[in-house]
Design a protein around this ligand. Structure first.
Ligand SMILES: [Zn+2]
Length: 461
């Protein structure tokens, strides 16, 4: 089928330079047509040329080379969204509502209803060896939210010996990004409790940050109410441990204020903002306006779905609505777009590989289904049903069946229910050689045994 389409096109090329094949030959360049959100601005009728894993060219549609397999999206093409703060395996659990606010993370992590609803069942599922299935389900959930890269799949949640080679559909940038040859360690490191690092580990981390062995350390710091004493103290404790260094980036930072933002800016320390989870747990979120005024690089990410958003798109929509409701809205649509793409890539020191649509970068792309008049506002007000296609490393992996089957006609696509929509995903045969029904039924049974249930991929109660 593919070969025939390609040969037909070659014949047609001889006849007409306007030939556009229906099927791409394996490894052959292809083109996505739509409104393109490029670094220098929006190209209304644009196209992105993809060759192998990379973006080959970007420009107006009329400049596209003839004879290439074209996928007409009728939509808007963005860089794939980069999620720097998640806890992937926990996203199989339904939304958790504590019915109260907490002063800081230490409080809810000791709260018996939290242990019963989330912590104990999560450990039980991991002990049963379900980590790879949990990650598969949660990857599809993240793709449904437009993410192509993510940090926060904890290696200890996966079966022993499998973490370093873990790969399903997305990039796990702190585990196996796909950017380096096998055996080369990732340069992004992710820690939930940096203050619990024993000294030899902290010393190694300081040394790795100085040598560049690690060039992005993501740490949870200052997660609590802005006036909570222990959350405020965490920044000072991080500094006292010698870990306030270039290359370090702070997740949450709700308890950070002008002095800390100034210090962070001086060291090039970025902030990863997770408004929904903060507001649900603490009733307040980071002073993102203060961080931006201090010229701190700010990214946005959903934390996890039990108290944050199902995915990046939902977190962007939440942040846009929250900002608009503030007396002086701290972020606009364009800034939110930057936070989810280029700023996140800069924080992860990966902006030479991902985060924008430019030639030479990896073709990690998100297509929304409409040609937007304001592409930034459209992204920040989209829902998971608007996602037409997600491309990782030059390959469509998720989206609407009609669109993804044009991009990869010979791929076996699996239907999944995302909210009220049906989407398609290209499930790999490794590390799990099983169909989606088997993955979900295994998870459902294990969750039921723990007194809970599987969260929907989008729009849970
Ligand atoms: Zn977190």
């Amino acid at each position: 089928m593919i070969a025939r389409g390609y040969l037909a096109c070659l014949v047609m090329v001889a006849i007409s330079s306007a030939c556009r094949a229906d099927d791409p030959a394996p490894g052959q360049p292809w083109v996505l047509r739509g409104t393109v959100v490029a670094p220098d601005g929006v190209i209304e009728d644009g196209a992105v040329g993809i060759s192998g894993q990379k973006i080959e060219w970007v420009g107006p549609w009329e400049a596209q080379p003839p004879g290439t397999h074209v996928v007409e999206t009728q939509g808007t093409i963005y860089p794939g969204l980069i999620d720097l703060h998640n806890h992937l395996t926990w996203n199989v659990f339904p939304r958790w509502r504590a019915g109260r606010l907490f002063p800081n993370r230490y409080e809810w992590q000791q709260f018996p209803p939290y242990l019963k609803a989330l912590a104990d069942p999560q450990q039980a599922l991991v002990k049963k060896g379900l980590g790879t299935r949990m990650a598969r389900y949660a990857e599809v959930k993240a793709l449904a939210g437009g993410a192509t890269s993510l940090a926060g799949l904890y290696a200890g949640d996966l079966p022993p010996g499998t973490a370093s080679s873990y790969h399903q559909m997305m990039r796990m940038i702190d585990l196996n990004s796909g950017f380096y040859p096998p055996g080369v360690p990732e340069k992004v490191s992710y820690h939930v409790f940096p203050l619990l690092m024993i000294e030899p580990v902290a010393a190694k981390m300081r040394s790795d940050l100085k040598s560049g062995e690690v060039n992005c350390l993501l740490v949870h710091v200052g997660e609590g109410s802005p006036v909570d004493a222990s959350s405020i103290m965490e920044f000072r404790l991080l500094k006292a441990r010698g870990l306030l260094l270039p290359g370090v980036n702070i997740i949450h930072g709700v308890a950070l204020h002008a002095a800390e933002f100034a210090e962070m800016q001086g060291l090039g320390i970025g902030l990863v903002w997770s408004p929904r989870s903060n507001i649900e747990l603490y009733g307040s979120t980071a002073d993102v306006g203060g961080a931006l005024a201090a010229k701190v690089t700010v990214a946005i990410a959903p934390d996890w779905s039990p108290t944050g958003s199902d995915g990046m798109i939902d977190e962007l929509r939440y942040a846009a609505a929250w900002s608009a409701a503030q007396p002086h809205p701290p972020v606009d649509d364009r800034m939110l777009f930057r936070m989810a793409t280029l700023n996140a890539a800069k924080i992860a020191k990966l902006d030479d590989r991902i985060g924008s649509i430019r030639p030479g970068l990896f073709a990690d792309l998100l297509v929304l289904n409409h040609r937007a008049t304001d592409a930034y506002a459209a992204l920040d007000h989209a829902t998971a049903s608007d996602v037409g296609m997600v491309v990782v490393s030059g390959k469509a992996v998720y989206g609407d069946g009609a669109l993804v089957s044009k991009a990869r006609p010979s791929t076996a696509w699996t239907s999944v229910t995302v909210g009220s929509s049906t989407k398609s995903v290209a499930l790999p045969s490794r590390p799990l050689d099983e169909d989606w029904a088997h993955t979900t039924s295994s998870l459902e049974a294990a969750l039921e045994a723990e007194g809970t249930r599987l969260s929907p991929l989008s729009g849970g109660p």
